[in-house]
Write a protein that binds this ligand. Structure first.
Ligand SMILES: C[C@@](CO)(OP(=O)(O)O)[C@H](O)COP(=O)(O)OP(=O)(O)OC[C@H]1O[C@@H](n2ccc(N)nc2=O)[C@H](O)[C@@H]1O
Ligand SMILES: Nc1ncnc2c1ncn2[C@@H]1O[C@H](COP(=O)(O)OP(=O)(O)O)[C@@H](O)[C@H]1O
Length: 254
């Protein structure tokens, strides 16, 4: 058992929870339960939430929320279905948790999954099938770094780290993951022509997303790609601009 698990509550433990970026995403099928199978490349980002664990119980959340002035941190919610609370329950541990959000919620950056994965890593949890029951993005976030992800997200094959700078633009609107997958079904399973099969479905579901793609495209001279089911757009390289987040890939934690 790792040292930090022996007596974790005697003193505070600080955990980093890196956001994930889905660099490419192909939907390869639909399971009988309605979940979609994927073939995706995911990477961890320098953008991260912070969790401070201490003795006792209870969750507090603070943070600036999403970009463009949207206070979406409000809808993270300190409830029993918060992914931090559910991760603690899965590993059978108690702790007080102070969560500082830097990853905008509902932005396709896996913020909640990253927080849950930080708890699983701290507890030494390695069952990625069970981790996927918290959320399909949680297994990748447990492994981190760079990986090919298949199944509904539970099959994670590590890939060598690749340093990459990215510019993100997160619109002040969320894209609901279940709604985007449902729209992909309704559209007959379209392929994305820019590396992400969910992009046409997300644009059909939330047409306002197109405005933000144009904005980042104009600023960077590239064709932005949608992060997973959205709502964040990204391009390669660092392109400073209003509301732009300049991030880099980070290797898996040792
Ligand atoms: C699309 C992706 C790509 O990385 O994420 P985002 O980039 O938007 O965060 C993931 O597949 C999202 O994973 P995650 O956000 O963890 O989804 P979950 O909470 O597990 O699932 C929410 C809902 O999305 C649908 N869902 C999710 C994952 C999957 N492989 N097939 C699905 O059909 C299901 O309807 C499910 O009830
Ligand atoms: N600790 C958490 N941080 C962020 N969102 C959370 C958390 N726990 C639960 N959620 C919920 O998860 C949903 C998706 O948020 P998030 O994981 O940040 O985005 P996405 O799935 O778009 O990558 C939101 O509806 C949010 O309320």
């Amino acid at each position: 058992m790792p040292d930090h698990v022996k007596d974790p509550l005697d003193q505070a433990v600080t955990l980093q929870a890196p956001a994930k970026m889905t660099l490419s995403l192909r939907v390869t099928g639909v399971r009988p339960d309605g979940y979609h199978t994927l073939d995706a490349e995911m990477v961890s980002l320098s953008l991260a939430d912070r969790l401070v664990l201490g003795p006792g119980e209870g969750l507090t959340i603070e943070g600036e929320g999403a970009s463009a002035g949207d206070d979406s941190v409000k809808w993270v919610g300190v409830t029993s279905d918060n992914l931090v609370t559910r991760a603690l329950a899965l590993v059978g541990r108690t702790a007080s948790v102070q969560l500082t959000k830097h990853i905008p919620a509902g932005a396709g950056l896996g913020g909640g999954s990253a927080d849950a994965a930080a708890i699983l890593r701290w507890a030494g949890w390695t069952d990625l099938g069970a981790a996927a029951r918290l959320g399909a993005d949680v297994p990748f976030c447990v492994v981190g770094g760079r990986a090919r992800v298949r199944g509904i997200g539970e099959l994670v094959e590590r890939l060598p780290f690749r340093a990459l700078d990215l510019t993100l633009l997160t619109p002040p609107l969320g894209a609901s993951t279940p709604a985007v997958y449902a729209r992909w079904d309704a559209l007959g399973g379209p392929s994305g022509d820019n590396g992400n099969d969910l992009e046409p479905a997300a644009l059909a579901e939330v047409p306002e997303l197109a405005k933000w793609r144009h904005r980042l495209g104009d600023a960077s001279g590239q064709v932005p790609r949608l992060a997973g089911s959205g709502s964040t757009w990204f391009v390669e390289g660092h392109h400073p601009g209003p509301g732009h987040r300049l991030v880099s890939t980070v290797p898996a934690a040792p």
